[in-house]
Design a protein around this ligand. Structure first.
Ligand code: FES
Length: 687
């Protein structure tokens, strides 16, 4: 740090904004030192040597009535040679000073810009705007190490530790063998001036991850990975400011062993060594994802020093190489539910820095995984007084109900219908898939939009705009809208039966054996698809939505309530569900529509929060212990709720808010006692 100019032993008032922290310091105190004395969050990587520029501040001059202080033009020491050189070589923004060089010579007001705050809060635009707290586990420290001395024989690592202790107040550190191997060369290359990447999380161990000669003026990166049973999504994140440099996703290669989680567990049961195959497949995919993100982000793999992974319990066990068989049967015992801290290399993630550290969020229960914990971290129902229902809609629905007094969680086996799977014309969300649909209640004619085109199907130019992609099928949000619109247009009755052409007055109601289907789009004459919603499709959606609603009702029973204050739809798919249609179907309890919001990919957001902040990790670990888990598989009332929820929207629960905006036609198509298919039966749990 710069040497203090000689001044009289007086002191000055210093006020830091935006924190408002204030206090008196001796004249001649460097601003960085004053900040540390007053507990102000001012960053530094070079330890006050005028190299890193992380300590920038903006002094304010003149009258500050609010603070009752007048700042004279000479309240800070004049710009010194270090600042002059820095400005010449790298450029300082007008008005900025280096906090480690500028000394306090009189009462002063100093603004700490966001980029100079060590624990800055960064607002990241996403589906839900969110404040991301920057408090990463891995940080850079520039340090000057004593050279070896034959009269005082100590190891290079020990002298590095001592320097870190003396210059940064960092206690004992540890390092992997890989890092020790490179240590001597790096120290000498940097003439014993080096930048160290130290990893220190909330568990306390400080680990040297890497070392660079001289001052390293480049950020480090981390990966936030949402490891799902169907897809694996990852973000490459700048650990300095939380910025997402690249996002990418790929299909989980384990799909070849089974579409859903239970069939993957069965595969392990039937094929000795099957778990090893699946472990290898998922680890391989994580490396591929890391490589893609590295290329897209334009960085080198070596600069990725951390990965945070969120996943469901079966994926968790398979990634870690733990046999998942116990998760396939009651009482669904986890090998461990605690958070996991490991070297990424231990789970085969080699396309990163060799010392990169991994963190997996804690699991909540046998069916409620680290991905759900990430949703709980991101949505934090415990931080609000009103009662929030948070639903992460995927192959299994994870459901939270809670407020500042109590949070409950469960998982409900919705199956893959909401994702467009097991639907006759269903497909995953991709260009060409119908994602929005409306049916005219008079003519019963549909109009729709497909992914990749902003026009509706009856807009001029639609055919030309979709010529490239075609109209290929219906995705998850499309099938929900289609079934809800059929109910609103009187094509479908409250029990879920599709009416015939005589009952509905449209030839689009087509006979298919003993039941009917509704025709949305027909390109069969030109060899294209014929897209319909069949009775079987409606039943699949009814089963899925009944499971979701029954899980929610179970939590409401436990909480002793009949209504909730707000509903948050999470999951990539949740972002696309229309709240009105979800309520017409009875997927969610009745609530004012404006109280239904989408949180986007909340699990991915939670993973990023944990990547950027060790205090977020500590917070979710504590919160998971407080969450009450409700097991749907053994709850006697689940089946009862499930059957009652089969009707659209519901057999017994009132939907007054829905009735305010939609009048559902009072139709019944059950003329001969045919049920149109299986409507009851308990679903088996799916992944
Ligand atoms: S602390 Fe690094 S330049 Fe001031």
């Amino acid at each position: 740090m710069t040497e203090a100019p000689k001044v009289d032993a007086k002191d000055a008032l210093v006020i830091f904004t935006p924190s408002g922290k204030r206090g008196r310091v001796s004249l001649g105190t460097p601003v960085l030192t004053a900040a540390r004395q007053l507990g102000v969050d001012l960053d530094s990587v070079c330890g006050g040597r005028g190299i890193c520029s992380k300590c920038q501040i903006t002094p304010g001059y003149g009258e500050f009535a609010k603070h009752a202080v007048t700042v004279a033009p000479d309240a800070l020491s004049p710009i010194n040679t270090v600042e002059e050189r820095y400005d010449r070589v790298r450029g300082l923004k007008p008005g900025r000073r280096l906090g480690c060089q500028a000394c306090i010579m009189g009462d002063v007001v100093l603004d700490v810009p966001p980029e100079s705050q060590l624990h800055r809060q960064v607002i990241r635009k996403s589906a839900a705007e969110r404040v991301m707290k920057m408090d990463p586990a891995t940080r850079l420290y520039y340090v000057e190490v004593a050279e070896p001395d034959i009269h005082d024989p100590t190891g290079d690592f020990q002298r590095l530790s001592t320097a870190l202790k003396n210059q940064w107040g960092i206690g004992s550190i540890t390092a992997d063998l890989d890092v020790l191997r490179a240590l001597q060369k790096t120290l000498r290359k940097g003439q014993f001036k080096v930048t160290a990447a130290l990893h220190k999380d909330h568990t306390g161990t400080t680990r040297l991850l890497d070392l660079w000669p001289g001052f390293r003026d480049a950020p480090l990166y981390g990966l936030a990975i949402d490891l799902g049973s169907t897809t694996i999504a990852g973000h490459l994140v700048d650990l300095t400011d939380g910025r997402v440099l690249a996002s990418s996703g790929l299909m989980n290669p384990q799909i070849r062993f089974g579409e859903d989680l239970m069939s993957r567990v069965s595969y392990v049961m039937m094929n000795p060594g099957g778990d090893l195959e699946m472990t290898a497949a998922v680890r391989d995919a994580l490396n591929t994802l890391a490589e893609v993100l590295t290329i897209e982000g334009g960085i080198t793999a070596h600069d990725i020093v951390e990965a945070v992974i969120v996943c469901n319990p079966v994926m968790h066990h398979l990634l870690l190489g733990i046999d998942p068989v116990e998760l396939g049967q009651a009482p669904f015992a986890l090998a461990t539910s605690d958070s996991i801290h490991l070297a990424c290399s231990e789970v085969g993630m080699t396309a990163l820095n060799p010392s990169a550290r991994g963190y997996i969020l804690p699991l909540i229960a046998g069916h409620v995984g680290a991905d759900a914990a990430a949703v709980a971290l991101s949505e934090a129902p415990e931080a609000r007084d009103d009662l929030s229902l948070v639903v992460d809609v995927g192959t299994n629905a994870e459901i939270f109900l809670g407020n500042s007094t109590r949070v409950l969680a469960c998982s409900s086996p919705t199956g893959p219908a909401f994702e467009g799977a097991q639907i006759s014309s269903g497909q995953r969300a991709a260009p060409g898939a119908i994602e929005r649909l409306e049916i005219d209640p008079i003519t019963k004619e549909p109009r729709f939009r497909v992914i990749g085109c902003d026009l509706w199907s009856d807009d001029p130019g639609f055919a030309a705009a979709t010529a490239q992609t075609g109209i290929t099928g219906i995705c998850g949000s499309g099938i929900i809208e289609a079934v809800a619109e059929m109910r609103m247009a009187g094509l479908l009755d409250g029990s879920g039966l599709i009416g015939g052409p005589d009952q509905t007055g449209t030839p689009r109601s087509e006979p298919t054996g003993r039941t009917f289907a509704y025709l949305i789009h027909d390109e069969s004459k030109s060899g294209g698809p014929r897209i319909t919603v069949t009775q079987g499709d409606v039943r699949a959606i009814q089963l899925a939505k009944s499971a979701l609603y029954a899980g929610t009702r179970l939590l409401m029973d436990e909480m002793g309530v009949d209504t909730v204050d707000r509903v948050v739809l999470a999951g990539a798919f949740g972002a696309h569900i229309s709240p009105k249609h979800a309520m017409v179907l009875g997927m969610i309890p009745d609530v004012a529509l404006e109280k239904v919001t989408s949180a986007g990919n909340a699990a991915g957001t939670g993973a990023r929060m944990a990547l950027c902040s060790v205090s977020a990790r500590a917070a979710i670990e504590a919160q998971v212990r407080r969450i009450t888990k409700v097991e749907t598989a053994i709850a006697p009332r689940f089946q009862e709720h499930f059957v009652a929820a089969n009707a659209i929207p519901h057999a017994t629960d009132p939907f007054p808010e829905l009735a305010r905006i939609v009048t559902l036609p009072d139709v019944s198509f059950n003329t001969n006692g045919a049920s149109g298919g299986d409507s009851g039966g308990r679903r088996r749990r799916r992944g």
